[in-house]
Design a protein around this ligand. Sequence first.
Ligand code: ZN
Length: 280
Amino acid sequence: MKPRIVVTVDLERDFPNGLHGSYLGITEGLPNLRGVLEELDVLADFFVSQEVAERFGTAIRDLKAKGHYLGSHGSQHGYLCKMDAKAQYQDISKSTETLSELLSSRPVFFRAPQFGADGNTIMALEDLGYQVDSSVLPGRLVRQRFFRKVLDFTDAPLGVYNPSHEDITKEGQSPIVEIPLTENSLRRGTPLGMGFVNSEGAEAAIAASRANKGEYITFLIHPWECIDIVESFPHLPRHLANECSSDMSDFRRMLEELLDLGESTNLVHLANEYKGVKTQ
Ligand SMILES: [Zn+2]
């Protein structure tokens, strides 16, 4: 049986971890991406950051009108797991309110910026009415100054689970359903996503998807990966520039290969999946 496919898009400013304050991904990349998705009748799950919701309300409402699914990507793009429980709650609450007002409905799925979620994130999501989190990227390990671990998902489950409040990578009592991202089997700790398709091509991405052992393939797209970024940022390191392209033909070929559409489709959405998952 083919794995279930979730097409996820993190709507945020360009290269949010760098110093760029631009939104070319939203104004130029998103229309490129939507062109392919809508031609193939593929609805995607979009995680919207507060700064995008505040600036591009019409574009976000239009995604909803087309039937795409909208969840939250937090308010700023820092690591939530570096904040205490109260600060995390305030941060997620603020972005949730902005998105709820814009869409006239509350988001039910969430992805932490930079995958930076922990047990306190899960508790805040419970309190704010969320059902699904998709922040855990198995294999990811981030260290900062003095080799202190910022996050360690090296042993996180590949499949769906209810996380523990003490350790998000362990099964526990939370009613939140964690649907992890898919680690690129060819590049430890990195997501399977548009950047890889652009730099390595459709066949490599199809092979990496087939090598995945999880029951889902949660594919990650950033809108700035859908434009020819060097035209605007000529000094970008080559490896980053290679991950961005306005040519969507490899992405299209990959989707056509991995996705069955129609009645018995393997395309699924985070906002629906939790209903089928047994919670404790
Ligand atoms: Zn992000």
